[in-house]
Design a protein around this ligand. Structure first.
Ligand code: GP9
Ligand code: MN
Length: 721
């Protein structure tokens, strides 16, 4: 025993030994934080492995810097200082995480006043007894030095050896980075979520990554001037499509419920999957909404997302501005940019209260920050819902039935009118989220040679059933009649590379499959369901996600003339029907489709290889128009130009007043203060909860009810204009 102690004390009394001891302590404490404080959602052994190794390269790189110092005093001061900085970062994040379920970004550090909102309990209250772990090493090491169990090493560390340590740690870091890319390609370019970066690369790397993001965004922002907004406003007023008086204000004052249909493509509508000579209607409920006389639905509505996928769709739908050409707008700019998004507009035009419900962690796509800039009062993320386990959730969060069911206890306390968005997730790649439940839902898998395609119909069917349950609840609770419900598919679910395997299921030939077919598969549903309205129809107007907001606002009787929105009301008679994909030069209009370097007639799919002069001229004009729309969007988004927009009649959001923690208490407090004037569902039900009104029968149970359900068609009739 004594021998071991002697060896240990001798090692600790060398400079290199001391550096490695600090590294070991740092590693131990990081592991502690990873398991006790953070939720890194480690899904497999590979991710566990990455999380175990990631503190080492960066820790060694930094603490190793001390070895370059010659003087004894300087060496120890440098080692302690670097070590303490690493520790402070770790401790600060651990405490912050307890309140925000997120890591500290550089932009949050710079705007610490903003983040203090929600630190309802002071930081002191967030401390736990076991936080002693974070400082116990200091106590031990100082005691060891004081009692001379460890002595200072006066010998200068060899310069070459110092270089070797730096080189080794840099190499290890590169390997770490490489392994992280294997686990999640495009990790740093797409951003996804802060915890993705931490679990793969560690906290210091995350901070550096976040610092770079803030720096880049700040650079563009500083370059931008108020003058730029003037020309943009000119474009907006020229491009503005006047509301159609036939529809203007028909849903005024109603609750707005937006349903984000994850990875849901238009081809699923009315689709019947044939398996073993039997036909199965995939989404009978959504089909019935699509054809309902109370719905205005669109058959030529395209998604316009790029690498930011879901986050791009949200940006488009709620700002009428595009995502970025690379990366995610919400991740890179969303936390800081001034936006005039739907929740903010509706709060100031009709006193709407707003909330998002989504069964994934709130940090995904930086939602927890971006939603504040958009003016969302509440954000119910996975923290607010049932604990996730293998049978009720998957990688992207809680399955839809649970998400809807769990939302009700919050929804019922919201003051009406409300603007709410429900982001579904079960129908997400790889379409196996329901493995456990697949037999319960009973919906068959398709039989192609592509597993991803095979599962797609079953998860879509599950989403459909979950949605029906939610609608049934809305009706039973008396919300339905007073609401307008907007459904949209965010982007494709089956990627273009898989489409040839899908071809046969769509009655097409994979051999003759073209880029035109790929382009047409970028259509997603857009259905505006207005209970009580009886003149619904299916519009064939061409449009995209950027057009949704002006369309919706006009239905709510809010004119968008003064707002910097780049889309056009799809119900307007002046609509230009020009749909820009996010990749410059690609578009769809009723006449032409340009996709992946090919040009087609939209109505027939026939390729145009040698366009005549008039055609070329027309194409040129469309290209100019779509490029202009994209470049204007980019200037607004990367220059944060809306901060200069003081003449739109809207106040900017005061994000310091918004907190996404303790939301139920906040809602109940408002309810109580309002007393008899409270308009929440809970108050309207004489202070009784409506949670029991949500029922979610399985596919098999549903199937029992209607013997013909497999081939049942929608109940309402359809028409088109
Ligand atoms: C995650 C979910 C998925 O919370 O919204 O985003 P996606 O991968 O579709 O962009
Ligand atoms: Mn998505």
């Amino acid at each position: 025993m004594k021998k071991i102690r002697d060896v240990a004390s001798r090692i600790l009394s060398t400079r290199l030994g001391f550096v490695f001891t600090l590294l070991l302590c740092y590693w131990l404490k990081t592991m502690w934080a990873y398991h006790m404080d953070f939720n890194l959602d480690l899904e497999n052994a590979y991710q566990v492995f990455l999380s175990v190794i990631n503190p080492i390269p960066i820790g060694l790189l930094f603490i190793g810097i001390a070895l370059y110092f010659k003087k004894t005093r300087s060496f120890y001061i440098a080692a302690w200082t670097v070590y303490t900085i690493l520790n402070l970062l770790l401790i600060a994040n651990s405490i912050y995480y307890r309140e925000f379920s997120d890591f500290i970004t550089v932009s949050a550090m710079l705007a610490s006043s903003k983040t203090s909102a929600g630190l309802g309990d002071s930081a002191l209250n967030l401390l736990r007894v076991w936080d002693l772990v974070y400082i116990i090493d200091y106590i031990i090491l100082i005691a060891l030095f004081a009692t001379k169990k460890i002595k200072k090493d006066g010998r200068v560390f060899n310069k070459r050896a110092s270089f070797a340590i730096t080189a080794l740690s840099s190499l290890l870091f590169s390997i770490n980075l490489f392994l992280a890319e294997i686990d999640r390609p495009e990790l740093l370019t797409r951003g996804f979520s802060n915890y993705y970066v931490v679990r793969a690369l560690g906290l210091p790397s995350f901070t550096a990554y976040s610092g770079n993001q803030t720096y880049q965004a700040q650079k563009e922002r500083n370059r931008a001037t108020a003058g730029e907004l003037t020309s943009i406003k000119d474009y907006v007023s020229q491009h503005y499509a006047q509301p159609n008086s036939k529809y203007y204000g028909i849903a005024k004052g109603k609750n707005v419920i937006v349903i984000h249909l994850e990875s849901f493509q238009q081809f699923l509508i009315d689709y019947k999957l044939k398996v073993d000579d039997k036909e199965y209607e995939v989404t009978p409920f959504i089909n019935s909404l699509y054809h309902s006389k109370s719905s205005i639905a669109f058959s030529n509505f395209f998604h316009q997302v790029k690498a930011g996928k879901t986050s791009d769709a949200e940006t488009l739908m709620e700002n009428s501005l595009f995502g970025l050409n690379s990366g995610s707008f919400m991740v890179n700019y969303g936390g800081d940019n001034t936006q005039f998004a739907t929740p903010n507009i509706l709060a100031q035009n009709g006193g709407y209260t707003s909330a998002v419900f989504h069964g994934n962690v709130g940090t995904f796509w930086n939602r927890n920050n971006a939603y504040k800039q958009w003016g969302y009062n509440y954000f119910f993320d996975s923290n607010y819902f049932s604990k996730q386990n293998k049978s009720n959730s998957f990688q992207y969060g809680l399955n839809d039935k649970y998400m809807f069911a769990d939302s009700i206890k919050y929804l019922e306390h919201m003051q009406q009118p409300f603007y709410t968005k429900f982001i579904t997730v079960s129908n997400h790649y790889p379409y196996t989220s329901l493995k456990e439940e697949a037999s319960e839902t009973g919906f068959p898998l398709a039989k192609t040679n592509d597993e991803t395609i095979n599962g797609y119909f079953s998860t879509a069917n599950y989403l459909d059933a979950a949605l029906k349950s939610f609608f049934d609840y809305l009706k039973a609770a008396g919300i339905y009649d007073n609401s307008i419900i907007v459904l949209y598919g965010d982007h494709y679910g089956i990627s273009n590379t898989r489409n040839t395997s899908l071809a046969e299921l769509l009655g097409k030939n994979s051999e003759t499959w073209t880029e035109y077919d790929n382009a047409m598969l970028q259509r997603v549903p857009y259905i505006i369901h207005i209970p009580g309205y009886t003149e619904g129809f299916i519009s064939q107007t061409y449009g995209g996600e950027v057009d949704s907001l002006p369309t919706l606002l006009h239905l709510l009787g809010i004119d968008t003339k003064n707002y910097v929105q780049l889309g056009q009301d799809l119900l307007s008679e002046n609509n230009s029907q020009t749909v820009a994909f996010r990749t410059s030069g690609t578009f769809v209009t009723p006449e032409y489709t340009s996709y992946s370097g090919h040009l087609y007639y939209t109505s027939t799919g026939q390729e145009i290889t040698n366009p005549d002069e008039t055609t070329s001229e027309k194409i040129k004009k469309i290209k100019e128009a779509t490029s202009k729309q994209l470049s204007i969007s980019d200037s607004v988004q990367t220059g944060d130009l809306l901060r200069f927009d003081t003449s739109n009649g809207l106040k900017t959001v005061d994000t310091s007043k918004i907190s996404y923690t303790h939301s139920l208490n906040a809602l109940k407090k408002i309810e109580k203060e309002k007393g008899a004037d409270s308009t929440s569902i809970y108050s309207q039900h004489n202070d009784q909860s409506t949670q029991d009104l949500f029922k979610s029968p399985s596919y098999l149970e549903l199937h029992k009810e209607t013997t013909t359900s497999q081939s049942s068609t929608s109940t309402s009739s359809s028409s088109s204009n």
